[in-house]
Design a protein around this ligand. Structure first.
Ligand code: XBP
Ligand code: MG
Length: 262
């Protein structure tokens, strides 16, 4: 079969902002706890953190912060090791927050994942965050065995270039042995969208706390969230074909429309 006409086979999800709103009350808190543990006077308030989110990846984000606010830190011969150690401490704090149930899933995520599994769609993850953060969130918020629902989990430093580079999505596609035209991606940020689009993936955007004002040009639809029964999504852009929540039928329609334009 011509891959351009391939039916929808797989869904590839971003994690932070897409599965759960993890940044302000998760990653940010964990960074600040790690800074305090290390005796640093750095504190990332919610506004500053929004600016720092321009850079994906925790180690990269700390370096970006230092370049602007603590350049002397980077002059140290062991700056890279110290950033690595801070990041390990941050991950430990983040995992505790996740395990405590501090980061609930976005509306419609559990419902759509269950429906996709029931429909036989293959599932994968493509994220810049650390692998343990993903598995822990899946276990805490979906099911103790939810990690096994995802055929491929592409995360963290498995590729050298993080989003907005396409590398993590291309890595996942390669592992799944699927063309981009057989998949849909789910993203919440402009960096994520650039990454998925550059990998050739038709992409649905659902907004998150820090991303509602991003420019989502290129997404086939932009919604407030996936919607739940009785709690419809709000449509920012795109044709939802009369639906009030995203379901597998709607994904198949969007996928057909997207690949017919390729
Ligand atoms: C998510 C991120 C991540 C987390 C931090 O971006 O930028 O870096 O904030 O994770 P996306 P780590 O949703 O586009 O993948 O600290 O584990 O790197
Ligand atoms: Mg994201």
């Amino acid at each position: 079969m011509n891959t351009q006409q391939a039916p929808l086979q797989a869904l590839i999800f971003d994690v932070d902002g897409t599965l759960a709103d993890t940044e302000r009350d998760g990653h940010r808190i964990a960074f600040n706890l790690a800074f305090a543990d290390a005796g640093l006077d750095w504190h990332w308030d919610a506004t500053l953190y929004g600016e720092l989110l321009a850079v994906t990846g925790g180690k990269e984000r700390m370096r970006f912060y230092c370049e602007r606010h603590a350049p002397a830190f980077l002059q140290q011969a062991d700056a890279a090791e110290r950033i690595k150690a801070l990041h390990a401490a941050k991950t430990a704090h983040y995992l505790k927050l996740v395990e405590a149930g501090a980061l609930p899933l976005q509306p419609g995520v559990a419902r759509l994942i269950a429906a996709a599994r029931a429909a036989g769609l293959r599932l994968a993850i493509a994220t810049t965050t650390t692998p343990e953060n993903v598995t822990s969130l899946l276990r805490a918020s979906l099911s103790p065995d939810a990690e096994s629902w995802f055929e491929v989990i592409g995360a963290g430093d498995v590729v050298p270039l993080k989003k907005p580079a396409p590398d993590i999505y291309l890595w996942v596609l390669e592992k799944m042995q699927l063309p981009a035209s057989a998949c849909l991606a789910f993203e919440d940020s402009v960096n994520g969208l650039k990454s998925s689009l550059a990998a050739g993936l038709p992409t649905l955007v659902t907004e998150s706390e820090y991303t509602f004002d991003h420019d989502f040009a290129g997404a086939f639809a932009v919604l407030s969230n996936l919607g739940e029964p009785g709690h419809p999504f709000q449509i920012r852009r795109g044709n939802v074909h009369g639906k009030t929540m995203v379901d597998v039928d709607l994904l198949k329609i969007w996928h057909r429309e997207a690949i017919s334009k390729c």
